[in-house]
Design a binder for this molecule. Structure first.
Ligand SMILES: [Zn+2]
Ligand SMILES: [Zn+2]
Length: 225
């Protein structure tokens, strides 16, 4: 079965691995496609995207493995999110993840709301205590809600499922990998989804159908002109 993961970190932020090693290990784990989404703010968006894109292009050209260059906008003031997300897309990011209002960090209140209103945001990561209104906006604006296996951040998964389901929002299951041992297998991703409260049918949609929608939106494999 295919395996997708649109939230991972390299040592360009706080991950352990070089992007190329992260890509190689994910490929060996059976990944079908992935994104590298290092922590970003106004300080480093273009630099991150430009650097990681070179390894994404190599993986595509040499192995036919699709790796989307992305960012995770992290702890940015909510009013800056739309501008920074647009900057990331202009720099070549194919996926913009937002570091949502996880229960275990002082992420600025209003981050979830600004994210689900923004057309350049693809994934609201670990939303924590999402509201009904935010879930409805996520559904309306096609922002995927993340179910995460990351320790701490995963405390909000149940709430994300309950409110996201009621609003008709779409889910993705991501690893938020920082170390090689965090990478998913297909069986583990399924366990995470079911453990968060998704039904078997909803799990299939989150694991297989929603990733295809995100990939279609992101366009073809990365190449460097
Ligand atoms: Zn995060
Ligand atoms: Zn992350």
């Amino acid at each position: 079965m295919p395996l997708y993961d649109f939230h991972t970190h390299s040592f360009f932020s706080d991950g352990a691995l070089l992007p190329m090693e992260l890509i190689r290990r994910a490929h060996v784990n059976g990944y079908s496609a992935m994104a590298i989404t290092d922590h970003a703010s106004a300080s480093n968006i273009e630099e991150l995207v430009e650097k990681v894109m070179r390894d994404c292009a190599l993986a595509w050209e040499q192995w036919g493995f699709r790796v989307l260059p992305g960012v995770e906008l992290t702890h940015c003031p909510p009013r800056s999110i739309a501008t920074l997300a647009a900057r990331a897309k202009a720099a070549g990011a194919r996926v913009v993840v937002i570091h949502g209002e996880t229960l275990v960090e002082p992420v600025p209140p209003g981050t979830n709301r600004a994210s689900v209103e923004c057309p350049d945001v693809d994934v609201l990561g670990h939303p924590g205590l999402l509201t009904e209104e935010e879930a409805a906006l996520a559904a309306q604006n096609n922002v995927f809600l993340e179910i995460t296996s990351r320790r701490g951040h995963c405390l909000g998964n149940g709430n994300t499922v309950v409110l996201g389901r009621a609003a008709g929002a779409k889910f993705l299951v991501n690893s938020d990998t920082h170390s090689p041992g965090d990478l998913h297998t297909e069986a583990f991703a399924r366990t995470v989804a079911l453990g968060a409260g998704l039904t078997a049918a909803e799990t299939d949609t989150a694991l297989y159908e929603n990733p295809k929608m995100l990939l279609a939106r992101a366009g073809a494999g990365t190449t460097i002109a």
